[in-house]
Design a protein around this ligand. Structure first.
Ligand code: 2U9
Length: 435
């Protein structure tokens, strides 16, 4: 009984030690890389030659002693054996196939972790110390022995059992420590490393100018209002007195989402909503993104920004419009700019006008920028059309109002001398930092 138990003890201790040998994973993979390189350099791969190469790689693995980034050596060797087995059953004169097999091996080894050693040890523990193990059965049968023998045999067997158990405990502890060590290595933070530089952005020139415009109108008692970018045909066109056959309503000029739903082509729907939901006096500014089916070039973009303004009250005239807009443009550019109003046509205003300012480059004398006109167009404006007021339940006999609209990109380009509108949308810090 004891000699049998001693035999099992010896076998168990050898297996435990073998299962717990750890090697360096990187080194194992290096060996495979060398094997792969050797194969790659050959024109043809001879099967026997390949097996020899695998065996010598295995030898290399066996000579790895470093336990840094440890993995189970046994598992690595098993993976090699699997490769050798695959090769045996194949005609490896095919080099590609050999390389593919080596890649599979590499993948297998990459997936090996310390867990494999723990798993292997656990299986061995069940095999040698489990309830159904040979040692347990021998230990159990002690009860059947004569009184005289039982004590001594029992003591010897218990010692053997303990020795095997201790061997397992030692290896489990070793792996646990290795695991902790690897985890610490992996999670180590080098506090002395320089920090990552945070690139600080810059306020976009469009936002900068819009803030300035907003401030000017806020100082004049206007409120800034926002609205949806998806609108119905009614709010974008119908309520604004834009006739059914107007080119702006065409699908070539406006982005339609559905028959009656579109991306707003102007911010005017915001003013319609405000007029419908509140009573005059109304003094609002509605800046925002608008959409038009234009091809992109230096002066056009399918998405751009508008700022529209509306003032509705009793006794509002063209004189108020001119005064406010002149004041606005002088605050935005300079007190020296001169303004002029030219008659124009818009469906939503009557009378309508366009406002020009004296060229800031030549001061009105004439130059290439103003096309020798001395003036540059900056915005459109007019008295709110009576149909528009009626659509918003505002009595045109009692109230009147003026409105204006400007393309923000154009204003910013003029202010800073930018000649290509596409620069606004490229997020290039070299451009954005200039303003
Ligand atoms: C309501 C009534 C009237 C807004 C106006 C303009 C003239 C105008 C253009 C400037 C350049 C559009 O971005 S652009 O292409 N706008 O010329 N806009 S009057 O008139 C309104 C708005 C709302 C209820």
């Amino acid at each position: 009984m004891i000699s049998k138990a001693k035999e099992i003890e010896k076998e168990a201790i050898i297996s435990v030690k073998e299962a717990a040998i750890l090697i360096n994973k990187k080194e194992a993979i290096n060996t495979i890389n060398i094997l792969k390189e050797t194969i790659s350099k050959k024109d043809k791969v001879d099967k026997e030659e390949f097996i020899v190469a695998i065996n010598s790689a295995k030898e290399e693995i066996n000579s790895i002693t470093s336990e840094k980034e440890a993995v189970s050596k046994k598992e690595v060797v098993n993976a090699f054996n699997k490769l050798a087995e695959t090769i045996k059953n194949k005609d490896t004169a095919n080099k590609e196939e050999a390389i593919r097999a080596i890649n599979v091996l590499k993948e297998d080894i990459s997936n090996i972790s310390l867990d494999s050693a723990v798993k292997e040890l656990t299986n061995l523990k069940i095999k040698y110390l489990g309830k159904k193990s040979e040692l347990s059965l021998i230990l159990k049968s002690v009860s059947k022995l004569e009184d005289s023998e039982r004590k001594e045999v029992g003591k010897a067997l218990n010692e053997i059992f303990k020795n095997v158990k201790d061997a397992f405990d030692v290896e489990f502890k070793k792996i646990k420590e290795k695991e902790i060590e690897q985890k610490i290595q992996l999670e180590k933070i080098d506090v002395t490393l320089p920090g990552k530089k945070v690139v600080i952005g810059e306020m976009h020139p469009i936002s900068k100018v819009l803030n300035k415009i907003n401030d000017i109108f806020i100082s004049l008692g206007f409120s800034i209002v926002d609205g949806p970018e998806i609108e119905t045909d009614y709010y974008n066109f119908e309520a604004l007195n834009i006739p059914k056959d107007h080119p702006a309503r065409n699908t070539q000029d406006t982005f339609y989402i559905a028959e009656n739903l579109l991306l707003r082509s102007q911010t005017s729907p915001v003013q319609i909503h405000t007029m419908q939901n509140s009573k005059p006096p109304i003094k609002i500014l509605s800046p925002g993104r608008v959409y038009r089916a234009d091809a992109t070039d230096a002066t056009h973009s399918p998405v751009f920004h508008q700022v529209e303004g509306l003032l509705v009250d009793k006794n509002i005239s063209m004189a108020n419009l001119k005064a406010i807009l002149e004041l606005f443009i002088k605050k935005l550019y300079s007190n020296n700019v001169k303004v002029r109003f030219r008659p124009h046509h818009f469906p939503f205003t009557e009378p309508s006008a366009e406002m020009d300012i004296s060229c800031f480059k030549c001061g009105g004398v004439g130059c290439p920028l103003c096309k020798y006109e001395g003036f540059i167009e900056v915005l459109g404006c007019g008295m709110v059309h009576e149909n528009v007021l009626k659509n918003c339940n505002i009595n045109p006999e009692v109230y009147s109002g003026f409105a204006f609209g400007l393309g923000l990109e154009r204003i910013v380009m003029m202010l800073y001398g930018i000649t290509d509108l596409r620069l606004f949308y490229e997020n290039d810090m070299r451009f954005l930092k200039q303003f």
